[in-house]
Design a protein around this ligand. Structure first.
Ligand code: TXA
Ligand code: MG
Length: 353
């Protein structure tokens, strides 16, 4: 298949062509404020099947449906609680995905992987919103990467992974947040974070007030976790994710103790003949000696590390690194989502200092 390339800053004609392709059952990648998504008509089972095939995604991992506004979301849900309404009003458009009871027949059963819930969000990216509006349909869109690869934050990443496998790519430049949306599910007076992201736990708690408890997704990280038997899980969490080809070790804890610990790991791996890289904060980067030191921005601005993480993980592969040591960040604000993705990239290899 020939993939068509469109630019989001060019004439409206490009956007309209991309929207027409979606309406006709095509699958098209587009920018959002988090990462690029691979979209298809959520009501068209054949389009949705092609999304799974292009990504190599397991069919039991459901997709997020992207809509223009909250009223379009209400049409997909069987019912919506006051807490859920409050979240929509506060965070949409924006990087928050709500898992809602699905209205029968609202989307293809492939989208929900047969669950009785549907994940919905209203993206804040102007191009995404215009594209969805012009297509006139709810758009199912997972991140536009091959399964197991880091999510794409540039059109070039999508091209790398999916060229020739999709109908088109709408290039809107770099995405904003750099990590995927926060996925939450409300149950009575509880909100469960199924996947941390751009909307932080602190922001959620503030929006709903004290009568509702917000539970984090990662246990053993200092976040309050819900009792296991009550905690809903996202089907996606069981899959390995974001792994670079080389082995990644996450060094977490006290920043002052970090430099010595990271360098010791680098030196030891180099002695084993490995090609070694470091993902470092700007403050620490000049202190390391390794084959590659990739700067994640200042430690005081974890937003920068979030924005660049996926591009840097791809760069680790491009540079042929066998072993990567990554500095950890404080688990606060966007730091919680950042550490969640770093732990996944590390496949559980975490050194606490
Ligand atoms: O920022 C984002 O969310 C991006 C952009 C493109 O919007 N999309 C994205 O989609 O990250 P994807 O497919 O890579 O991740 C969707 C996550 C998966 O972990 C999936 O298991 C979960 O959402 N999910 C989808 N539907 C669900 C449902 N009904 N119940 C629980 N989890 C669900
Ligand atoms: Mg994904």
């Amino acid at each position: 298949m020939n993939t068509k390339y469109w630019s989001a800053d060019e004439a409206l004609a490009d956007l309209n062509e991309a929207a027409a392709a979606l309406a006709a059952g095509g699958i098209v990648a587009f920018p959002t404020e988090t990462v690029y998504g691979l979209g298809g008509d959520a009501g068209n089972t054949e389009a949705v099947r092609r999304i799974f095939a292009a990504k190599g995604r397991p069919s039991d991992n459901p997709l997020i449906v992207h809509v223009e506004d909250a009223s379009a979301a209400l049409r997909l849900a069987k019912q919506v609680s006051d807490v859920e309404r409050r979240l929509m009003e506060t965070f949409w458009p924006g990087p928050l995905t709500l898992v809602l009871p699905v209205r029968e027949g609202a989307v293809s059963p492939l989208v929900t992987a047969g669950l009785d819930t549907v994940a919905v969000r209203v993206p804040a990216h102007e191009t995404a919103r215009r594209l969805i509006a012009a297509s006139g349909r709810p758009i199912a869109a997972p991140s536009a990467n091959r399964s197991g690869r880091p999510s794409p934050t540039l059109a070039a990443h999508v091209r790398e992974d999916l060229d020739g496998r999709i109908d088109g790519l709408l290039d809107g430049g770099p995405t904003g947040v750099g990590l995927e949306s926060t996925v939450v599910q409300a149950a009575g007076d509880r909100i469960h974070i199924l996947r941390p992201g751009g909307v932080t736990r602190e922001m959620l708690q503030q929006a709903v007030g004290e009568r509702v408890s917000v539970f984090g997704s990662d246990s053993g990280t200092g976040e309050a976790a819900a009792p296991q038997e009550h905690a809903p899980r996202s089907p996606g969490v069981k899959y390995a994710h974001y792994a670079p080809k080389g082995e990644l070790l996450l060094v977490a804890g006290n920043p002052a103790a970090m430099i010595a610990a990271v360098q010791a790991q680098v030196t030891e791996a180099k002695a084993r003949g490995l090609r070694v890289g470091v993902l470092a904060s700007s403050e620490h980067a000049p202190r390391y000696e390794a084959d590659a030191v990739l700067d994640c921005g200042s430690r005081s601005e974890p937003e920068l590390a979030a924005q660049s993480l996926y591009a840097l993980l791809r760069e680790c592969d491009d540079r042929g690194l066998d072993f990567i040591v990554a500095e950890g960040y404080e688990e606060r604000g966007i730091g919680a989502a950042l550490m969640n993705r770093l732990r996944k990239a590390a496949g559980g290899r975490v050194l606490h200092v």
